[in-house]
Write a protein that binds this ligand. Structure first.
Ligand code: SAM
Length: 225
C-alpha cells in the first residue's frame, strides 16, 4: 500500500504520460502509477547501488520490467531529452532537488510537468522554478513520520513571486491558510522568540543588528498568519 505522501504525489501526475521518478528508492511511485494506468511507461532513476537494486528487484517482482526501466545514475542523467513528459522527485531536501534540476537542465525540454516534493528548503526549489521558466500550478503540504513534506506542482510558464514569505511557505499554501503552513509559521515564530530572548539575556557586539533582522522577520511572519 502506497503511503499517503506518495499517493498525494501520484495524484498530481496527469494520465497517459511517460514519467521519470528520480531518487526512486523502491520504485513504489512508478510501480503505482503504471499499475493504476496513469503512466504508460516509466523510468526509475537511482544514484545509489542499494536502492537501485531494490528498485530493479521490485519492478521485476511486479512483472513490470517491460514498462518500467530502472536505471542507475545521478539525477536526470538517466533520461534522454524528450523521453518523458513528467518528472517526479520526492523525499529529498530542497537543495538537492534544485541541484538535480540545475545539473539536468538540458533534459527538460519536452517535459511539461514537474512534481517535486522537497523535505525542507522548498524556497530553493521555488526560486529555481521561477528563474527557469516554470510556474507553480498547485501545492500541498503534509507530515509523515514527523517530517514536513511539501508538494510543488509546476508547468511551463512565467511566475513572479517577490514576496519572501511566499517563496518560503508557498503561494498556494498561504492563500489556503493550510493548517500545516500555519504550524510552520508558528514554529518559525517560536525560533525568533527564543533568539530575541537570548539577545536580551547576553548582549553581544552585533546584537542590535541581529535584533533588527529578527524583528523584521517577525513582522513578516505576523502578516502571513
Ligand atoms: N522518492 C522516494 C520517496 O519519496 O519515498 C525515495 C526517497 S529516498 C529518502 C531518497 C532517494 O533518493 C534515495 O534512495 C537516494 O539514493 C536517492 N537520491 C539522492 N540523490 C540522488 C540523485 N542525485 N540522483 C538519483 N537519486 C538520488
Amino acid at each position: 500500500n502506497l503511503s499517503e505522501r506518495l499517493q498525494r504525489i501520484a495524484s498530481n501526475v496527469p494520465p497517459n504520460v511517460k514519467v521519470a521518478d528520480i531518487g526512486s528508492d523502491h520504485a513504489y511511485l512508478p510501480i503505482y502509477l503504471v499499475q493504476k494506468g496513469v503512466a504508460t511507461a516509466a523510468v526509475a532513476g537511482e544514484v545509489n547501488e542499494g536502492p537501485f537494486r531494490g528498485a530493479d528487484r521490485h519492478v521485476r517482482e511486479n512483472g513490470l520490467a517491460d514498462v518500467i526501466s530502472v536505471r542507475k545514475g545521478d539525477g536526470l542523467a538517466v533520461i534522454a531529452p524528450g523521453e518523458v513528459d513528467v518528472i517526479t522527485i520526492a523525499g529529498m531536501g530542497g537543495y538537492n532537488i534544485r541541484e538535480i534540476l540545475e545539473a539536468g537542465k538540458d533534459k527538460l525540454p519536452g517535459v511539461s510537468r514537474l512534481v517535486l516534493s522537497p523535505q525542507g528548503d522548498s524556497d530553493r526549489v521555488r526560486k529555481w522554478l521561477q528563474l527557469h521558466g516554470w510556474m507553480i500550478i498547485d501545492e500541498d503540504i503534509l507530515t509523515e513520520d514527523e517530517r514536513i513534506y511539501e508538494i510543488i506542482v509546476a508547468e511551463r510558464g512565467e511566475m513572479n513571486i517577490t514576496d519572501e514569505m511566499e517563496l518560503e511557505f508557498g503561494p498556494f499554501n498561504l492563500a489556503r491558510k493550510h493548517p500545516k503552513v500555519v504550524d510552520r509559521v508558528e514554529y518559525e515564530q517560536g525560533k525568533i522568540r527564543r533568539a530575541l530572548a537570548a539577545i536580551e539575556k547576553t548582549p553581544t557586539e552585533n546584537g542590535l543588528a541581529r535584533k533588527q533582522e529578527l524583528l523584521a522577520r517577525r513582522a513578516q511572519l505576523e502578516e502571513v498568519r
